[in-house]
Structure formats: structure tokens, C-alpha cells
Ligand binder design. Structure first.
Ligand code: ATP
Ligand code: MG
Length: 229
């Protein structure tokens, strides 16, 4: 089990006539669907059915770290299951990561932003874990396991990891970081979208991804310093 407690998951390929095949089905490799298969975890319900008051702070925080990192665009409370550990403590299980690493940040939603635990600072252990994160290593790992992340999705991972690392060094809470990543209203760009737009506007045509990340890093530093005051 990793830091955030996602049930073990594998990439799976499936061939079956019953799936959607708008161009016809012929039992060939072109008809194979790619998806994932995940270990079933016993649970009492999802967080949709229970008030968040009794969720342990570190359980909410471990999910917030995951969602910020992967820019999760589907973290409504129905996608967190509730279970009990051997010690009787509530354990939160994050599921349904079908809409993560989107090409843009516009759909990011984190229901945990409205929970009181999100306003607590991260523990030192969590900050230490965040310091070990490395987007390039993650991209290489995904490639090794069969997923060559597209340039736009890789950029999302690089920017969200950069934000998470810079923000925790400044003592930002999950709520504060979530509020940078999510739109306040449907039509209003989020703070992170504004940072990326500014970086893209100041780039000359043909400049490298490294140049983009460098400018993004500078704009992010000054934005976070302003927000932190
Ligand atoms: N690892 C798991 N262990 C136990 N139950 C799971 C697990 N993953 C999914 N489920 C159950 O299956 C339901 C649907 O899964 P999931 O959220 O991944 O799909 P979905 O696309 O959102 O489906 P739906 O549209 O029906 O909500 C979950 O609400 C949960 O009850
Ligand atoms: Mg779901």
C-alpha cells in the first residue's frame, strides 16, 4: 500500500463483444479495451453517506496529497470509501481514479476542501513525504509500467507536484492548496490556471518544456508569497 492507501491496481486489457464497438466487432486486437482492475476493499459506505466530523486528520490529508499530485478531477465524496483498521480506527480508501492527470486544470474538484481536517496543517511526516516526490521519476515509472503519459498530462503532473512542494514549504494547508487548484465558479479560472496562462503568454514560440517550467516556477513563487501574506 502506498502513502495514500489506493487499493492495489493493475492495468488490464479486455476483449468482449458486449463493450461499445461503434465500428463493428471482429474479435481482433483492434477491439481490445484498456482499463484497470483494482483489489476489492471491504467498506461500510462512502463518504457521501457520512458527515466528515470523525474522519482522522491524517486520513483526509493522505487523500489530499494524492489529489493535488494527480490533479484529480473526480474527487467527490462518493469516491472515498470508509473502512475500519485492525485498531478500530476509521480508514479512508480513495477509489475511482479514472479522471486524473487531465490536460488542463479546469475540472479539478476536491470535496475534502469543505471538511474541517483540510484546514489543519500537514504533519512533519507528511511534509517529509512530499519532499521526496519527483514528477520526472513518476513519469518514468508510469512509462516503465506501460503508460507513456502525453506531453499535456505530463505537464499537469509536473505543475501540480511543483505546487504541492512549494506550498507545503510555505506552510499552506490542504484547503489553501486545494483552493489554488479548483475553480471558485465554473466560469472563473483558478489560481493555477492563471499561473499557467501567464507562463505560456511569456514564452517565445518553440521554447522548451524546461523553459516553461522555469517561468512557471518563478510566477508560482511570487503568487504563493503574495497569497501567504
Ligand atoms: N476497490 C474497491 N473496493 C470496493 N468497492 C469498490 C472499489 N472500487 C469501486 N468500488 C465500488 O464500486 C462503485 C463504483 O466504482 P467507481 O466509483 O470506480 O466507478 P464509477 O465510474 O464512479 O461508477 P458509477 O458511475 O456507478 O458511480 C463505488 O462507489 C464502490 O461502491
Ligand atoms: Mg465513482
Amino acid at each position: 500500500m502506498g502513502f495514500s492507501g489506493v487499493p492495489p491496481t493493475i492495468m488490464a486489457q479486455c476483449l468482449h463483444e458486449g463493450f461499445s464497438h461503434p465500428n463493428g466487432y471482429s474479435n481482433e486486437s483492434k477491439d481490445i479495451k484498456i482499463g484497470s482492475m483494482q483489489m476489492f476493499f471491504k467498506n461500510s459506505s462512502s463518504c457521501e453517506d457520512v458527515g466528515p466530523g470523525n474522519f482522522p486528520v491524517e486520513e483526509v490529508h493522505k487523500i489530499s496529497v494524492l489529489d493535488i499530485r494527480i490533479a484529480n478531477a473526480d474527487r467527490h465524496s462518493g469516491n472515498i470509501l470508509i473502512s475500519k483498521g485492525d485498531d478500530g480506527k476509521t480508514v479512508l480508501i480513495p477509489i475511482d481514479h479514472g479522471y486524473c492527470l487531465p490536460e488542463t486544470f479546469e475540472d479539478c474538484t476536491f470535496d475534502w476542501r469543505y471538511w474541517p481536517q483540510a484546514r489543519e496543517p500537514y504533519s512533519l511526516d507528511t511534509v517529509d513525504y512530499i519532499r521526496t516526490l519527483d514528477a520526472e521519476q513518476d513519469i518514468a515509472l508510469l512509462k516503465y509500467y506501460g503508460w507513456d503519459v502525453s506531453p499535456d498530462c505530463a505537464r499537469t503532473l509536473r505543475v501540480s507536484t511543483m505546487l504541492l512542494k512549494k506550498a507545503v514549504e510555505r506552510g499552506f494547508t490542504p484547503f489553501a492548496i486545494g483552493s489554488i487548484m479548483c475553480r471558485e465558479t465554473i466560469n472563473e479560472e483558478s489560481v493555477i490556471e492563471g499561473i499557467i496562462r501567464e507562463a505560456e503568454e511569456s514564452l517565445l514560440p518553440g521554447m522548451s518544456e524546461a523553459a516553461f517550467l522555469d517561468i512557471t516556477s518563478q510566477i508560482m513563487d511570487s503568487t504563493l508569497d503574495k497569497l501567504g501574506k
